[in-house]
Design a protein around this ligand. Structure first.
Ligand code: BGC
Length: 309
């Protein structure tokens, strides 16, 4: 009996601690990110529909170059939104809900000129359901932030072991051919943002955007964790020689990327010998689909790269 009682007390204390941290996290973003206006607008206790504010976007009858600049803080930002998955959702429905999105998954606010040009790079293979729901949330999420953005799906051809980081490298290089993006978001296909105050813009330093995920109890699994969703300017990315190409299969590549920022990396030689400067691949197709640009790529295998002749 005594043992059971002690167990119950310990469990109660642990539960209380977890709850306190979770509340603390939300209060944290509240204090740091929320303007009084955004807090007044956002119904924080009852998160709403991610599409709720988008009907407010109207294209004025004037030339694009005459549009005013977008305000520093988007008035469409509304805080947390409900993440539930509409059953039977189709890509056609996602398209209908995003009438301002152009071919290739490109968007510019119709009513103001955005100073942010963000490309979202998503490595992908055989995750069609995840992709559909991610697009369903990501498009309105980015529109609420009044960004000029493009979504790139980097699809690994063939059945050879997946290589997330190499696909991200390809995404960077190919996306930069389209536009002078000021910020790249490297994004897992199975992660959905829950709060539009998590801005998909770049900072002075590389940024880790998925610091609080449900699967990790809304806290970092370890201090140097850099997986999931991260953001770098093209300059930051080139300075660290991009990402490693030699992590085939699950795990480790994000830890390698994290180490590239660290001063300790200077003593490790590998980051200079494996990255953007050594990457070999061949683009098999590039399609401008309604909700994203699809780039199918042959990235070779562990044994090397043999382009088809
Ligand atoms: C792996 C990372 C992964 C993390 C969280 C680590 O052990 O090396 O790649 O992101 O676990 O799952």
């Amino acid at each position: 009996m005594l043992f059971v009682c002690v167990q119950m007390v310990v469990m109660a204390l642990m539960y209380r601690e977890g709850y306190r941290k979770r509340v603390g996290y939300f209060l944290g973003i509240f204090r740091k990110g929320g303007t009084p206006a955004a807090i007044a607008q956002g119904n924080l206790t009852h998160p709403g529909d991610v599409y709720a504010n988008l009907s407010l976007i109207v294209k004025p009858a004037m030339r694009e170059e005459d549009l005013p600049f977008c305000p520093e803080k988007s008035p469409l930002i509304n805080g947390p939104f409900r993440v539930t998955f509409p059953p039977m959702l189709t890509m056609a429905e996602v398209e209908q809900k995003n009438p301002f999105v152009r071919a290739g998954g490109r968007y510019k606010p119709p009513d103001c000129q955005s100073t942010h040009r963000t490309a979202i790079i998503i490595p992908h293979r055989n995750r069609e359901q995840h992709l559909k729901y991610l697009l369903y949330f990501l498009h309105p999420f980015l529109q609420r932030q009044q960004l000029n953005y493009g979504i790139y799906i980097i699809h690994q051809a063939g059945n050879y072991t997946f290589n997330r980081a190499k696909l991200l490298n390809v995404g960077f290089k190919e996306a930069m051919k389209d536009e002078d993006w000021s910020c790249m978001f490297y994004h897992d296909v199975d992660l959905i943002p829950e709060d539009d105050r998590n801005l998909y813009t770049c900072d002075k330093y590389p940024k880790h955007a998925s610091i609080a995920m449900d699967k990790f109890g809304y806290k970092l699994p370890y201090k140097t964790y850099f997986g999931g969703v991260s953001a770098l300017t093209p300059e930051q990315y080139m300075k660290m020689n991009g990402f490693p190409n030699n992590y085939w299969g699950w795990g480790g590549e994000d830890d390698d990327i994290a180490i590239r920022f660290n001063m300790l990396a200077k003593t490790r030689r590998t980051w200079k010998q494996d990255g953007m400067n050594t990457m070999e691949y061949e683009v098999l197709s590039k399609e401008f689909r309604p909700l994203y640009t699809n780039i199918t790529v042959d990235i070779g295998s562990e044994k090397g790269f043999h382009p088809k002749t």
